[in-house]
Design a protein around this ligand. Structure first.
Ligand code: SF4
Ligand code: SF4
Length: 390
């Protein structure tokens, strides 16, 4: 997950600054400022143009808006977002003051880079995809972000998986940063070796990982099943990543099996593990009114990071990909629209998929990012709605 999310308080101040001015300009028009414009577009903030120090005729990639040199820009009632790198301040500030402009918003260098990094669509070899081999799970944690405690027992059909992998390989020219096979709990799927074989045939050079809670690795159903599983991972060059929960699991046994079969095993300790063995969960902090502030989405650690492929459709995050489980269990109606996902069979190019991942989708209106904290000690789900809503 990302550790470079923009600072939410600064974003809030920047949006307020925009709301208090009749006209808003962005200072600078290079790629980082273009992605800043894209962010403002996602927030519904109108930008009136770029300001540059000197005349600049470079072609705009994201979209065309007017460009003005500072000496010719109409600055009456205008606010300027300083999107340029800090290294230009010493040159730009005297020029602004010479034009008697003091209505500017100084972004932190961190937010400038973090916004551009999140709004920039990824290249194929920097793009990861998660595929769920089982919707349900054998652990049922509270606040599970795939809503597995509420899912009916369901395994992904191997024919659908094979077709989806072939189409994805076609769109990406068999290049992906990583393919994650997960769930729910993927090892509940008795055909796990079939999926890994298909995935490896379609993506011969892509790192492929199985994400598991490890319960079935430490307690395999039989010696035969255990041997077959580890051998298939070895043959298909699949890595195992085990998320560590505070449950009674012999992680040393799992690591030893990895060594025995020459399969890479990662025991994943989340970023908030600190020195404590306690695992913390985050509450997704949903609302039912789809009215979360539009500028918050960019602080979501799923954005442009956790793309989920589910039965031919790619979603930008596990929350939107799996909301069907919560909707069904509690008879809710959090809607998925055509703008929230993309059908890989209708997509004309990989770039259309990458673009979906790097923007706010309507479903983000259900997520109150300012209330999302990693402070809830792990425990089993009580299957109540307050695990997800404030
Ligand atoms: S182990 Fe993972 S998938 Fe299973 S319930 Fe817990 S968080 Fe959800
Ligand atoms: S819908 Fe948007 S804000 Fe909500 S979890 Fe997904 S990416 Fe994040």
């Amino acid at each position: 997950m990302k550790d470079n999310m923009p600072n939410l308080n600064e974003l809030k101040q920047m949006i307020r600054f925009c709301e208090n001015h009749a006209k808003i300009y962005i200072y600078g028009c290079a790629s980082n400022q273009e992605y800043l414009l894209k962010y403002f577009d996602c927030c519904g903030v109108k930008i009136d143009g770029y300001i540059t120090t000197y005349s600049d005729d470079r072609e705009l990639i994201y979209r065309d808006i007017p460009k003005f040199t500072l000496d010719l820009a109409d600055l009456e009632d205008a606010g300027i977002i300083i999107g340029l790198s800090d290294k230009y301040y010493d040159d730009v500030m005297p020029r602004l003051h010479k034009r008697r402009c003091t209505d500017y918003f100084l972004m932190s260098e961190f937010n400038k880079k973090a916004i551009a990094n999140t709004m920039r669509p990824r290249k194929k070899d920097d793009f990861g995809i998660l595929v769920q081999l089982a919707e349900h799970c054998n652990l049922n944690c509270q606040m599970c972000c795939t809503f597995s405690p509420f899912a009916k027992e369901e395994f992904l059909d191997t024919d659908i998986f094979e077709s989806d992998m072939a189409r994805l390989a076609e769109l990406t020219n068999k290049q992906l940063r990583r393919l994650f096979l997960q769930g729910g709990e993927p090892l509940l799927n008795p055909l796990i070796a079939d999926y890994t074989g298909i995935a490896r045939r379609c993506f011969p050079n892509t790192p492929i990982s199985i994400f598991t809670n490890g319960i079935l690795l430490a307690n395999p159903p039989s010696n035969r099943a255990e041997t077959d599983f580890w051998l298939s991972c070895k043959e298909t060059d699949i890595e195992i990543t085990v998320t560590r929960y505070p449950i009674d699991i012999d992680y040393e046994y799992i690591k030893a099996k990895g060594r025995q079969y020459d399969v890479k095993v990662n025991i994943f300790i989340d970023v908030n593990y600190h020195e404590s063995p306690e695992k913390f969960m985050f509450k997704p902090a949903l609302n039912s009114h789809k009215n979360a502030s539009s500028y918050e989405f960019i602080t979501c650690f799923f954005i442009n990071e956790c793309n989920v492929l589910k039965k031919g459709t790619i979603y930008g995050c596990p929350i939107s990909a799996n909301i069907e489980h919560l909707n069904r269990y509690f008879n809710l109606n959090h809607e998925i629209t055509e703008q929230d996902c993309i059908d890989i069979y209708r997509a004309n190019s990989f770039e259309e998929i990458a673009e979906l991942s790097a923007r706010r989708v309507p479903f983000c209106g259900y997520c109150e990012l300012s209330n999302r904290d990693y402070i809830y000690p792990w425990k089993l789900s009580g299957k109540t709605l307050n695990e997800y809503f404030d």
